[in-house]
Every structure is written in structure tokens, then in C-alpha cells.
Design a protein around this ligand. Sequence first.
Ligand code: SF4
Ligand code: SF4
Length: 185
Amino acid sequence: MDDREVKAATRRCRECVACCAELSVDELNKPAGRECEHCTARGCSIYAARPGSCRTFRCAWLQGLFADKDRPDRIGVIFAAQETAVGQVLVAFELWLGASLEERPARYIANARRGAIPVVIFHHGTGKRSIIADHLQREQVDELIANVRSARGHEVTRMRTTVRPLDGAATDPIRVRRGPAKGGQ
Ligand code: SF4
Ligand code: SF4
């Protein structure tokens, strides 16, 4: 097991319910930005019977990325790593406006940028998104925008894209990384 796998195996959501507040849940008709009615101080009150999209979603921290202390509710940003035809895309959902500019999230976004990983930032409460994709061509950015337009909720893990590699050749759609069910409470 590498370091990330060890972290992924040991991390739990515990009292973090950041994605339960910030992301929409289609099965519950829950809009983005409104806390789920099943949220409690100890986590999800219907954990064993939670909807499929809640089971599927595992934020990047829960998958073993970033420092232990940087759980989404503490740093104000939920990161989700998506594997695409042009490599990994990092999606960042702010929990409050401007959270992505604060020191820890900004560092992770800068690291992704240095590693030529496109970053899509959802700015809290504004409906606005930023895409940082220095190395992509204009058409690729347009495709990325089109594909994240509806990816506001837990279903972001099912985000599909047909973003083409730099040589412009046709490629398979995004390969969706499906992890095990979301960590226990
Ligand atoms: S999946 Fe991530 S954001 Fe959602 S509750 Fe767990 S740790 Fe928090
Ligand atoms: S995991 Fe539970 S509390 Fe969170 S959004 Fe899903 S049903 Fe609601």
C-alpha cells in the first residue's frame, strides 16, 4: 500500500458533512447549498439507507489526497479528483465565498496548476465557476466547461467529458473512478 492508499483506508468523514450541505442530491431533490435534512451533529441520520449518489461520492481528501488535517469542513473546500481523457481534473467546491483563495486550498490549487492539472472552482453562493487550465487549448476548455455545467452535485463523480488530448485525436470519454462506499461516521 502506498501512502495515499493507507490514508484512504484510515480516513472517515466523521462529523464532516460538507458535501451534504454544499452539493445537490438528485434522489432527495436537495438543491446545492442547502443542508440536507438528514444531517445531524454526528453525521448522516440515514447512513445505512443513504441514496446512491451519497454512497458513490468520495471527495479527494477521503480518497487519501492532501494532509490529514485538511478535511473539507476545516479548509472550506471540497476537492474531487476526476480522471479524464486529458488526465486528472481537480474540481473544487467552496463552502464559503472566497474559501478557495485561503492558504491551504490555494496551495493545493497552485500545486495542481504546476502539475498541469486543470482545476474547476465552484464559487460558493454565486453560481460562478472558474477554470484554470493553462495548458489546454480553447476547444478543450469549452468542452470542459460544457461538461461541468451540470456537475453541481454529488453526481460530479459521474461527470463525463469528451475533452480531447492536445493532438486532437478522438478519445474515450472520461474514465470514472468509482471507489468503495463513502467512509463511515
Ligand atoms: S466525502 Fe468528503 S466532504 Fe463529504 S462528508 Fe466525507 S470528508 Fe466531508
Ligand atoms: S449522506 Fe445523508 S446527510 Fe449527506 S446528503 Fe446524503 S442523505 Fe443527506
